[in-house]
Design a protein around this ligand. Structure first.
Ligand code: KIV
Length: 302
């Protein structure tokens, strides 16, 4: 099949409406044009659809799902197979945004293992890029050589929670800020198409953003990054834990869902759900015949 004459945009098969697909090069173009990049996590078909339809540019199937979807204490236990399962659902839902799969803890301990697992995310789950935590420059190079777009992740990297001694802001001294900048530049030179900067001072993030040729996507890194990302469940009040200082709450979906469920329970308990209109009915003739048969049965018993 020829792949050389497709139009630049693409269209949604379900709606036929032309949409311009967000790609990794498009994110760099946005940086060059000074257009800010919006990004959020999503973990399944419903959240993938909602986030995509809201026009978010980059959707990360984050390993934060271990905490906000699976109820674990940190992100360490989630497996490649679990991440593949969720990534598949999000990929099915998304038409416009760039879908990035988070490589879970332990899935890229060596370059060879990392490339093999990243290929699984692209082949089996439809992701369009993978995210890796830490200054894994050789891995970023090998993934790029394998045609796998890479999003790097520096600063407060949750998979390093035990080494960092907790979820602590990073890059607070001149030395550590410089280390982060050197790492970000090395990752970009190795092929990373974007760098997530998490939990670092605004000034550190601004200095990195100013020098990096590829976009920085901040979370708890101040407003000077090329884009922002948040965990969807934090944004809509579904996290069940006190939100960190950098989270802004945009909705209280928890209260909305709890109240809807309570109303449903009350309606069931009072037999006001389902109503006659919410029930299926026999056709008129069958209803009469059934009535007649029931009457005959009743008469026989008398
Ligand atoms: O797993 C995740 O959700 C993340 C983002 C917070 C960047 O890594």
């Amino acid at each position: 099949m020829s792949t050389t004459n497709f139009p630049a945009g693409s269209s949604s098969a379900s709606t036929g409406i032309s949409i311009e697909k967000v790609t990794m090069p498009k994110l760099s173009e946005m940086k060059r044009q000074g257009k800010l990049i919006s990004s959020l996590t999503a973990y399944d078909y419903a959240t993938g659809r909602l986030v995509d339809e809201a026009g978010i540019d980059m959707i990360l199937v984050g390993d934060s799902l271990a905490m906000v979807v699976l109820g674990q204490e940190n992100t360490l236990a989630v497996t490649v197979d679990e991440m593949l399962h969720h990534t598949r659902a999000v990929s099915r839902a998304v038409h416009r945004a760039l879908v990035v799969a988070d490589m879970p803890f332990g899935s890229y301990g060596t370059v060879a293992v990392g490339v093999a697992n990243a290929i699984r995310f692209m082949k089996e789950a439809g992701s369009e890029a993978v995210k890796i935590e830490g200054p894994r420059v050789e891995l970023a190079r090998a993934l790029t050589e394998a045609e796998i777009p890479v999003v790097a992740h520096l600063g407060l990297t949750p998979q390093s929670v035990h080494r960092m001694g907790g979820f602590r802001v990073q890059g607070r001294s001149v030395d550590t800020a410089m280390h982060l900048k050197v790492a970000a530049l090395a990752l970009a030179a190795a092929g990373a198409g974007a760098v997530v900067l998490e939990g670092i001072p605004r000034e550190t993030a601004a200095a990195i953003t100013a020098e990096l040729p590829v976009p920085t996507i901040g979370i708890g890194a101040g407003p000077d990054c090329d884009g922002q990302i948040l965990v969807l469940h934090d944004l809509v009040g579904l996290s069940f834990t006190p939100a960190p200082k950098f989270v802004r709450s945009y909705a209280d979906a928890g209260t909305l869902i709890r109240s809807a469920v309570e109303h449903y329970r009350e309606d069931v308990e009072h037999r006001s759900f389902p109503s006659d209109e919410e029930s299926y009915h026999l056709p008129e003739a069958a209803r009469k015949a059934l009535g007649a048969r029931e009457n005959a049965g009743t008469l026989r018993k008398v």
